[in-house]
Write a protein that binds this ligand. Structure first.
Ligand SMILES: NC(=O)c1ccc[n+]([C@@H]2O[C@H](COP(=O)([O-])OP(=O)(O)OC[C@H]3O[C@@H](n4cnc5c(N)ncnc54)[C@H](OP(=O)(O)O)[C@@H]3O)[C@@H](O)[C@H]2O)c1
Length: 331
């Protein structure tokens, strides 16, 4: 039998294991033009929370009693397609199933000889692209500027900070534990980092860490952390609004300080970022990330959870900050 994970009900507030269900189904048979895929790695991502509710968004919601899907690396175990051979590994948006068939549409071959397979879900995949394109296209960092990154110890944030250092910025990260703060400085080369869980006044902490103010803010979390950063922005600051994980589980939207006066008086830019809008730039961005990785200018870390059935828990754990770098499930 073949296991699949479906959305049993829409989470209210923080997701819990009862929102998911593990079901058994027949292993599919393939027809001409199709391939049979065995899942190797599953990416769990905070944005999947949005797809579990039925609110209108930039991407359609998951359906109840249907499998969840996300970025997956899978092995071709049988092929009746001219484009793929048995033994190939592919990356794409696939269902949370151990085995599934595909017509190959939207799948990209990945080479395990060039990078570890899981890296294609992280630094050489969607989160690496988000870091590179979000920072460059909206943040436009320049040498000597100060860059603040929230969610800094996660998949996107840890790469954003390192790219900021390559550009020549002073980089300050915000994360949820002293261990993560230490990792940002020692492993990822951040100039300074702040533990938001032990910081009473974020605005003051940012002012102390950025005596010349904030030129670029790469925001992965929103909420009160971002309110504190906003108080410290410089003239012509750029704010990349990439994620708001601190409010993803809220049942009513919290209200903070009004942002408009800060934007006006600083002639500042605040812009929402969605990776899908930058597809024509993916090739160039991945090529640059791969070069930096090879040159040792970029590094990455992963939290790898083992076992298909543990995928929902790995997803839930993102909201408790249990990951360092990219959260991945290994099958
Ligand atoms: N717009 C796009 O196209 C796009 C693409 C990819 C990702 N994103 C967004 O970017 C953000 C980062 O994604 P990722 O995949 O790199 O995830 P991630 O940062 O690897 O994992 C999530 C992290 O968020 C932090 N967090 C959880 N709850 C929080 C809270 N209440 N307040 C502050 N921090 C909290 C946790 O770290 P701590 O221990 O530090 O709390 C956790 O490790 C997410 O908001 C995601 O939705 C957007």
């Amino acid at each position: 039998m073949n296991q699949s994970i479906i959305l049993a009900k829409r989470p209210i507030g923080k997701p819990s294991l009862s929102d998911f269900k593990l079901v058994n189904e027949e292993t599919p048979q393939i027809e001409n033009g199709e391939i049979l895929l065995k899942t190797s790695y599953i990416s769990v991502d905070p944005y999947l929370r949005g797809r579990m509710s039925d609110a209108k968004s930039y991407i359609p919601p998951f359906q109840i009693n249907q499998p969840i899907s996300s970025g997956i690396i899978a092995e071709v175990v049988e092929s009746k397609s001219e484009k793929f051979s048995k033994g190939d590994f592919v990356s794409g948006m696939l269902a949370w199933k151990e085995i599934q068939k595909s017509n190959g549409e939207g799948l990209m071959k990945v080479d395990p000889a060039k990078a570890p397979l899981s890296a294609y879900l992280g630094i050489l995949g969607m989160t690496g692209l988000t870091a590179y394109l979000g920072l460059n296209e909206i943040g436009a960092p320049k040498k000597g500027e100060s860059l603040v990154v929230s969610g800094a110890a996660g998949a996107v944030g840890s790469v954003v900070g390192q790219i900021g250092k390559i550009v020549g910025c002073r980089v300050i990260g915000i994360a949820g534990s002293d261990e993560k703060v230490e990792m940002l400085k020692s492993k990822f080369g951040f100039d300074d980092a702040i533990n938001y869980n032990t910081t009473e006044n974020m605005s003051k902490a940012i002012a102390a860490a950025c005596p010349n103010g904030v030129d670029v803010y790469f925001d992965n979390v929103g909420g009160e952390i971002s309110d504190g950063v906003l108080m410290n922005i410089n003239k012509f600051a750029r704010m990349v609004i990439c994620g708001s994980i601190s409010v993803y589980n809220e049942t009513s939207m919290p209200v903070g300080p009004r942002v408009e006066p800060f934007l006006i008086k600083n002639s500042a830019l605040m812009q929402g970022f969605i990776i899908n809008n930058y597809a024509p730039k993916f090739g160039q961005a991945i090529a640059q990330l791969a070069i930096w990785l090879k040159e040792g200018k970029l590094t990455y870390t992963e939290t790898v959870v083992e076992g298909f059935e543990n995928t929902p828990q790995a997803f839930i754990d993102l909201f408790a900050g249990k990951n360092k770098g990219k959260m991945i499930v290994k099958i």
